[in-house]
Design a protein around this ligand. Structure first.
Ligand SMILES: Nc1nc2c(c(=O)[nH]1)N[C@H]1C(S)=C(S)[C@@H](COP(=O)(O)O)O[C@H]1N2
Ligand SMILES: [Mo]
Length: 252
């Protein structure tokens, strides 16, 4: 599908969603923000573009629901197994003292952070719902440093548009736009339900982005790259998810 007809679809969707906002205003907004998701050329692209653009314009700053402590699920589900192989095993045996999170790309101060450095930054806790696309979900308390804080320390350049994040499990990498990256509930999480983040749930460090589905919450994060262009990564669709048939934008 070409750019012009895609834009027409966004416009139509936004006009329907925005009601009184009107066609001209919606068209302007979609163009100004460049609200075409990176995987818009694949099969489900049309619907994704509508969802993404409408969400960004209508609910850009909204918060994921937070729950009282009494609603925390008895057992946080664990999906998948921790990284296999010697490197992870050795890090785990050392209590993750040698774990590092590298941050580079469009930043003025590329850096590498140890867990204790990350833990020395202001921490944030939230009790939120993690929903897997397969239908199961749970409520848990997540503790970590807001991603926005780490991005501030690294000095994100003004032209940055996305943050790409990579797991020690190389199959798992993903990205979010700056609206989600700077969102106050988006954390680099190292704690779960008042304890350390268990290895099964992504310990020592995972991304927690409660406004998107479970699969965007990548575990065992070791590297962040700030960029203005997702085409450079993988097959250019923004993450491993669309390469496997899932949407890049999984907003809830
Ligand atoms: N590295 C990595 N990250 C991952 C996964 C995984 O298998 N490996 N599974 C994803 C999926 S599909 C979901 S639903 C959530 C589940 O998180 P949990 O195992 O902590 O419940 O993690 C996501 N992040
Ligand atoms: Mo999932």
């Amino acid at each position: 599908m070409n750019r012009v007809s895609r834009r027409k679809l966004i416009t139509t969707g936004l006009a329907a969603a925005g009601g009184a906002a009107g066609l001209a205003v919606a068209n302007n907004l979609a163009q100004r923000y460049g609200l075409i998701p990176p995987d818009s050329s694949v099969l489900y692209g049309t619907g994704e573009t509508l969802t993404y653009a409408a969400q960004r314009i209508l609910t850009r700053h909204s918060m994921a629901r937070e729950f009282p402590r009494s609603e925390i699920s008895k057992i946080p589900f664990v999906n998948g197994a921790p990284p296999k192989g010697e490197a992870f095993r050795r890090l785990q045996a050392g209590g993750f003292a040698d774990w590092r999170l590298a941050v580079n790309g469009m930043v003025s101060r590329p850096a590498s952070f140890s867990l204790s450095e990350l833990k020395s930054y202001p921490s944030h806790s939230q009790i939120t719902h993690l929903a897997c696309e397969e239908g199961w979900s749970y409520i848990a308390e997540w503790t970590g440093v807001p991603l926005s804080h780490v991005l501030d320390v690294a000095g994100v350049l003004p032209q940055a548009r996305y943050v790409v994040y990579f797991s020690m499990q190389h199959r798992w990498w993903d990205s979010i736009d700056m609206a989600d990256a700077l969102h106050p509930q988006t954390l680099l999480a190292y704690g779960l339900n008042s304890g350390e983040l268990p290895v099964g749930n992504g310990g020592p460090l995972r991304l927690r982005v409660p406004r998107q589905l479970g699969y965007k919450n990548v575990k065992y994060i070791t590297r962040l790259v700030v960029t203005d262009d997702l085409k450079k990564f993988g097959k250019g669709l923004g993450s491993a998810s669309p390469e496997a048939g899932y949407a890049w934008y999984a907003g809830i």
